[in-house]
Write a protein that binds this ligand. Structure first.
Ligand SMILES: Cc1cc2nc3c(=O)[nH]c(=O)nc-3n(C[C@H](O)[C@H](O)[C@H](O)COP(=O)(O)O)c2cc1C
Length: 189
């Protein structure tokens, strides 16, 4: 496979919501997480922790739990109300039927943990794209992946907070590059 350069990788990476059944090896997962940890961090604290879920039934159960929770509490999440019809659709998977999740947590004792872990998540997403894998940040899962029961199950220490729930898998279809609005650039008068 021809290697992409960084600009190509950034310019073409999309949020992917359709995956093949192909499993991602532990070797690939470890490589992606290692690339994630190359991100810069405030005071070099490297305040991250990762949960990897590769069990499709577990992911499906987590999706159902997320849908049930959000539908019950939708008034608390005005920015998600536009997705009510998705959440009520029995076929809708919050994780887009991915067979793998990489969930990034940050150590709250480090002031910059949200920025640091977001940079790590960005590295993972771009590296995944470079390796022919698709990813998607799953904001829907913000509550369930940060719930005490979930963190206890996956041995996430109490002082770690969720930053990025991410679905990942081999892409089913090729996607067009993203189209963006003109950026606001605040030049000096
Ligand atoms: C913080 C954040 C939360 C997101 N949450 C979801 C989500 O819950 N489900 C989903 O399908 N996409 C989610 N996305 C993906 C966005 O919808 C996507 O980035 C946007 O539509 C632009 O598309 P592109 O990434 O393919 O260019 C999220 C992205 C970000 C950065």
């Amino acid at each position: 496979m021809l290697k992409m350069n960084v600009k190509e990788c950034i310019s073409n990476k999309r949020s992917v919501r359709a995956y093949t059944e192909q499993e991602i090896s532990d070797e690939v997962i470890n490589e992606l997480i290692n690339l994630g940890t190359k991100a810069s961090t405030g005071s070099n604290h490297q305040p991250w922790g990762f949960v990897v879920i590769k069990n499709k039934d577990e992911i499906q159960a987590l999706s159902e739990e997320t849908k049930t929770y959000l539908l019950k509490n939708l008034e608390q999440y005005p920015y998600l109300q536009q997705y009510k019809s998705w959440l009520t659709n029995p076929k809708f998977s919050v994780f887009n039927h991915a067979n793998c999740l990489i969930i990034v947590y940050g150590d709250t004792s480090s002031h910059w943990y949200v920025y640091d872990c977001t940079l790590a998540a960005g590295n993972i997403m771009l590296s995944a794209h470079d390796m022919g894998l698709g990813t998607c940040w799953i904001g829907f899962a913000e509550h369930v992946c940060n719930a005490p029961e979930f963190k206890e199950k996956y041995n996430v220490p109490e002082n770690f907070e969720l930053v990025c729930p991410m679905s990942i898998g081999y892409m089913k279809t090729k996607m067009y590059p993203p189209v963006r609005k003109e950026p606001n650039i605040f030049w000096c008068r």
